[in-house]
Design a protein around this ligand. Structure first.
Ligand code: ADP
Length: 725
């Protein structure tokens, strides 16, 4: 400052006055830059640039109108400062236009300094423009130094231009102007430049601020309206911002959420602690992005699943001030995933069940098969005693029974599943069914092996004779299943069974039970034991294929009843079932006697129509002792020949015979008008098969393997009823 003061002290008063005037004009020039050039976009068009150039040129002319005069025709002003800065700040076109304008005016002024004046105009402009080009980053670095350099450069060039003056004027002029030109002019350039740089920076800041506001507005618009959940929470979890998706989904109004704790408002109570932990982890700023899933509680209590992406927001001091999260509703995806997992585990379970079933079945079939094959081959050996023989035969029979039970169970379960299981309702006595089952089990090996078990019929039931209409064979099957399970799963104690009549909703029902003191059934197993192939301990072997209870349940439900159980582990189990009590309308018929004795077939002829010799031989043995005359027909043709030769009293007709089938024979017999009794025998134990045989004209029906009692019963029934063909 002092330096400038002394320089100014040593200068001509005219120069000082001129400089002050010039300064005022240059300030006006800088204002032009600030108000006219910087904020307006249209000044950047060619026309705008030319106009700006004309305005700058006018300012230059005004400068030239207020010069300090060296000698007439030689004037000095600050055009060099104006044009250098114009080149630097406005660029080529405005500066060129301004320079041309000013050159014209200078020519118009004339005088001995004309060439120097024009040269200063042109060279100052060119220096400013080139400086802008060569050092494009001048104002982002140390711009004061850059401006000072430009100021000196322009004014040294200006001093050099004195060479264009008439020779005699060069030295006196130099002497007079050198001091202000190399001090005040560069300083003026720097000061004015600084002013303009500040104006430029201000404008840039202002533009940046406007852009920031605009981009923030767009960002908030986006957050507010897009189809994702968006929340901004402060460090305590307080909601600073929530978008419309959050509001719509949660069912809250904006003022119900803003300022409230997000965890308390939007999370189920039980999940708050875990989410708070995750939130604290994010606040520690260890990761830039954090992905997590939470439940989301709506105002109406419904729970959704949301997957969030969170990031931390920092203040100017880089301290984490809040957390911004964006979330997506993944409830449906979660449900689908859960269903997929369920389906997968179900598929795995059924796969597992299939293997268990196959190994179980294989075992269940091979065991009796093994006994049958092994002991029947032993029967052929010469050195066995009669006692051993009897033992072997009894083993073979037991094994056969066991095999038959499995086959029957498989047929029953398939029929139940195919909804082809039919029940045959008839009048029967409950007491008889229960007694008969108990008798059979008491004699069975199953109970004999378990010496510490007694099997009892409830004394109340023993004396209660209930006659009802139901399917007695099926009820017997149910009871047998329950009793055999009770015996199988009990080591010691008593197995009691019984029945009573109860009334429910005005209807009379029979409620029966089988109670044991066995191993019991664990709580969780109550559902699965009624499912086919399921056993409580699937890893441990028990005799049985896991079909009994599902068949039992199927039968009871077909009879219009229901089945359930009570159990305590290691204490025992009681199975109950209920069926409707349908009382017969007619006089009860005696169920005892009549059909069950040994029929007398003296003088009667029976033809066994059977292609398989073993089966024929077996039937023949069964008929031994009935005094009948037994003939064998190996196929349908032979049968017809025999029948036509002499009409038999009874034909045991195998339906599946070669040459001529049983049904064809039936047709022919009918056509020929031959009167004989026909009992069909088939290996298909289906109800439909029986019906088909009866409707085709058979009088009776037995399923293979034929049991002696069934055969006798069927024959006796025919002989008593004497049905015509
Ligand atoms: P299984 O042929 O295995 O006996 P069931 O269908 O009759 O098949 O029974 C299914 C499973 O239920 C049995 O494997 C057994 O685990 C359980 N269960 C049935 N009855 C009883 C009972 N009285 N006491 C204990 N467990 C039983």
């Amino acid at each position: 400052m002092f330096a400038i003061f002394f320089i100014v002290q040593g200068m001509d008063k005219g120069i000082i006055l001129g400089l002050i005037q010039n300064t005022a004009i240059l300030l006006a020039f800088s204002m032009l830059y600030d108000y006219f050039w910087l904020p307006k976009k249209d000044t950047k068009t060619i026309a705008g640039k030319i106009l700006s150039g004309l305005i700058i040129g006018s300012a230059g002319i005004v400068l030239m109108l207020t010069p300090w005069r060296q000698v007439p025709g030689l004037v000095f002003d600050t055009r060099s400062v104006l044009l250098a800065l114009s080149g630097l700040f406005f660029g080529l076109i405005p500066t060129a236009v301004a320079a041309i304008t000013m050159v014209i005016y200078r020519i118009f002024l004339g005088g001995m300094g004309i060439w120097m004046g024009i040269a200063v105009i042109i060279l100052s402009s060119v220096t400013g423009i080139l400086y802008k080009k060569i050092r494009p980053a001048w104002n982002s670095r140390n711009y004061i130094r850059e401006l000072a350099f430009l100021g000196f450069l322009v004014h040294i060039i200006m001093l050099a231009c004195t060479i264009l003056l008439p020779e005699a004027s060069i030295l006196p002029t130099l002497k007079n102007i050198i001091l202000p030109i190399i001090t005040i002019y560069p300083a003026g350039t720097v000061l004015l430049g600084i002013l303009m740089v500040h104006q430029l920076k201000n404008q840039e800041n202002q533009n940046a601020a406007e852009k920031l506001v605009e981009s923030e507005r767009r960002f908030i618009d986006l957050l507010t309206n897009f189809n994702y959940f968006s929340l901004i929470l402060d460090r305590t979890g307080k909601i600073l911002f929530c978008n419309s998706k959050v509001l719509e989904t949660s069912g809250y109004k904006i003022d119900q959420l803003t300022g409230k704790n997000a965890f308390e408002m939007l999370l189920p109570q039980s999940t708050i602690a875990a989410v708070q932990d995750a939130f604290d982890y994010i606040l520690r700023g260890k990761t830039v992005f954090y992905n997590y899933e939470t439940e989301f509680k709506r105002a109406d209590g419904e729970i959704l699943n949301i997957e969030w992406n969170a990031t931390v927001l920092r203040d100017a001091n880089k301290v984490i001030s809040s957390i911004a999260t964006i979330g997506q509703d993944v409830t449906n995806r979660k449900k689908a995933e859960a269903e997929l997992i369920k389906a997968k585990s179900k598929a795995e379970e059924s796969d597992n069940l299939k293997s268990i079933f196959l190994s179980n079945m294989s075992h269940e079939i091979r065991t009796p098969m093994n006994a049958i094959m092994g002991f029947s081959s032993m029967l052929g050996m010469d050195d066995i005693t009669d006692i051993e023989k009897k033992q072997y035969i009894s083993i073979i029979q037991d094994s056969g029974e066991r095999l038959l039970k499995i086959i029957n169970d498989i047929i029953d379960i398939s029929k139940l599943e195919a909804k082809q299981f039919s029940v045959n309702l008839s009048e029967c006595s409950l007491n008889e069914i229960f007694r008969s089952s108990i008798e059979t089990f008491r004699k069975s090996d199953l109970l004999k092996e378990k010496r510490h078990i007694s099997l009892e019929l409830d004394p109340d039931s023993e004396h209660a004779e209930i006659l009802l209409i139901t399917d007695k064979h099926r009820i017997q099957q149910v009871l047998d299943n329950l009793l055999s399970n009770a015996i199988k799963y009990t080591e010691k104690g008593t197995i009691t069974t019984g029945y009573r009549i109860i009334t429910e909703n005005g209807k009379e029902l029979v409620e029966a039970y089988v109670k044991d003191t066995g191993i019991g059934i664990a709580d969780g197993m109550s559902k699965i034991i009624f499912e086919r192939f399921r056993q409580v301990d699937e890893n441990k072997y028990h005799e049985g294929a896991g079909l009994g209870l599902s068949i039992t349940k199927g039968i009871i439900e077909l009879l219009g009843g229901n089945i359930w159980f009570d159990s305590a582990l290691n204490k025992g189990t009681t199975f109950y079932f209920r069926i409707p009590l349908i009382i017969p309308q007619n006089e009860p018929v005696s169920l005892k006697g009549g059909v069950s004795g040994i029929p007398d077939l003296s003088g009667k002829t029976i033809i066994i129509a059977e292609d398989d010799y073993n089966s024929y031989y077996y039937l023949r043995l069964l008929l031994k002792g009935l005094n009948a005359n037994v003939l064998h027909a190996e196929n349908g043709m032979i049968l017809m020949r025999l029948v036509q030769h002499k009409v038999p009293d009874i034909i045991l007709l195998d339906i599946n015979m070669p040459v001529k089938s049983g049904f064809e024979c039936l047709d022919d017999i009918k056509k020929l008008g031959i009167s004989t009794m026909i009992i069909a025998q088939t290996a298909y134990a289906m109800a439909s098969e029986k019906e088909r045989c009866l409707s085709s004209g058979c009088h009776g029906y037995i399923a293979k393997p034929v049991k002696k009692t069934d055969l006798y019963r069927e024959i006796s029934q025919l002989l008593t009823e004497k049905l015509p063909v």
